[in-house]
Design a protein around this ligand. Structure first.
Ligand code: ATP
Ligand code: MG
Length: 465
């Protein structure tokens, strides 16, 4: 993309309505525009990041064997009356009446609807296990929408639902989701710690929230600092293996890590004092096992091997896709702007032309642009007729992890400059070498795609690539 042809409405001044850094930077970098309290338009740069996050979520769900679908945003009230949540949900639910006086609502979540789909089409244990998910807009009329997309009223969420014959199978689904979530967040350059939590209006006993530690987080958390040393990394996990998924779950949840709702002072005090941490965190996901709560209420039963009708065991699992955009910025920025992790960056590198209009500099930039695009990467070429300082400031603000600076002086010596946004370190090297470096930097992110290609094709979801 060439900047002169793009739509990147950056702001010079700090917007006064933004209280936290991610909100401020998203507004300044021209990523979002507020349309009403807690309701945002996603401008092109923000939309790109949102899509990248969504893609990673899809890839990791599909890798775990979960099946994508799409349910509507507007739901009929009857389903919620059946489950008993229509009255229980309270003023957070946006209730709508259509022209025929039918009660509708803008879905805050989809347990009822998915249970309705299940009971209409599945009747035998032979069709289990089954996990369906979608990524769809949700609406919750939050009392205090704030912090930009972190606590919106309209927000984008992945929600998945598992259906299993036994509690044991459903707990495997729970553990499998935990593993897939860890991998999802790590690919986004984030550490999200699973913490024992409270189940709230969803109901159920087993639940963990995934928290990204950040001073501006809305949740108060208590943990053993040793949990921050655990990573999934590149380990291969067989999602069908009950033992492997359970082992990861146990490893990640053995140490004390809880939200304030489930905090236990005595257990906390048993941790060696230098490892006892109280901090704040951003909730970026939550997994639940709630047994037969919805299947009992809504008659989601299957026939088991003995020919008996039994309610299915269920769980639901959410990832805050739009909140993650803010959470990643909270975790990765400096005084000059955002620092995107390679996994989610809206463009893979910036090209800054120090002397627009200089025949040699222009030609070198065009050549770089073509070479980088040839790798399947997307550069953002700042081809404006602006001073270098202004171009650097924009690049730093929007946070592309790599920048190539091209100027007549360097070109005389056959070099350009490659700069890391994260470290600020630059090196001079011939343009072809800079392109090679970028290829190597992004290779691990493409590797994820390569090893997805086969299973994706099998699961007929290749259009996402
Ligand atoms: P919170 O406690 O932050 O209100 P929740 O526990 O009610 O969230 P869940 O029902 O678990 O939310 O939804 C799954 C995920 O959706 C959350 O982990 C969070 O990342 C995201 N989410 C929930 N509410 C919002 C919101 N108002 N704005 C943006 N993201 C949200
Ligand atoms: Mg939650």
């Amino acid at each position: 993309m060439r900047l002169t042809r793009y739509f990147l409405p950056v702001l010079k001044e700090n917007p006064s309505e933004a209280q936290i850094v991610s909100h401020r930077l998203m507004l300044r970098a021209g990523m979002i525009k507020q349309q009403a309290a807690g309701i945002y338009s996603w401008l092109p740069l923000g939309f790109k990041v949102l899509r990248n996050i969504e893609r990673i979520v899809h890839e990791e769900q599909i890798r775990a064997g979960h099946i994508p679908m799409l349910m509507p945003t507007i739901q009929p009230a009857d389903l919620w009356q059946e489950s008993g949540r229509y009255n229980a949900y309270g003023p957070e639910m946006l209730r709508i009446r259509d022209r025929h006086d039918r009660d509708m609502l803008y879905g805050p979540t989809n347990e009822e609807m998915i249970t309705d789909i299940f009971r209409a089409h599945v009747s035998s244990y032979k069709d289990l296990p089954l996990t369906l998910y979608h990524i769809q807009w949700k609406f919750r009329d939050e009392v205090r929408p704030r912090f930009g997309v972190m606590r919106g009223r309209e927000f984008y969420m992945k929600d998945g639902y598992n259906f299993d014959l036994t509690k044991e199978d459903a707990l495997h689904a729970y553990n499998r989701h935990l593993v897939s979530y860890l991998r999802t967040y790590e690919r986004m350059g984030l550490q999200a710690i699973p913490m024992r939590a409270d189940s709230g209006p969803i109901g159920g006993d087993d639940t963990h929230e995934f928290l990204v530690l950040a001073e501006t987080g809305e949740s108060e958390v208590f943990y053993d600092s040793a949990v921050t040393d655990i990573r999934l990394g590149e380990r291969e996990i067989d999602y069908d293996s009950v033992d492997q998924c359970r082992a990861v779950m146990e490893e990640f949840t053995a140490l004390y890590a809880r939200t304030d709702e489930t905090h236990d002072e005595a257990a906390f005090n048993a941790i060696p004092e230098d490892r006892r941490k109280q901090a704040r965190g951003i909730e970026v996901g939550q997994i639940f096992y709630f047994g037969t709560k919805y299947s009992d209420a809504m008659g989601a039963v299957v026939q088991n091997a003995e020919g008996e009708q039994v309610p299915v065991h269920m769980g639901s699992h959410g990832i805050g896709v739009s909140r993650l955009v803010g959470a990643i910025i909270e975790a990765s920025h400096d005084d000059n702007g955002i620092i995107w992790p390679e996994g989610v960056t809206p463009f893979h590198c910036g090209i800054v032309n120090l002397k627009q209009g200089d025949a040699e500099a222009d030609a070198a930039c065009e050549k770089l642009y073509a070479a980088i695009a040839g790798l399947g990467l997307e550069p953002l070429y700042d081809d404006r007729n602006e001073r270098a300082g202004g171009k650097f400031a924009t690049m730093d603000l929007i946070g592309l992890p790599w920048r190539i600076t091209v100027g007549p002086r360097g070109l005389k010596n056959g070099v350009v400059e490659l700069t890391s946004r994260r470290t600020g370190q630059s090196e001079e090297l011939p343009p072809e070498e800079a392109v090679k470096k970028l290829a190597a930097i992004y290779a691990p992110h493409h590797a994820h795609l390569d090893d997805m290609r086969e299973p994706m094709a099998n699961r007929s979801f290749h259009t996402w690539l």
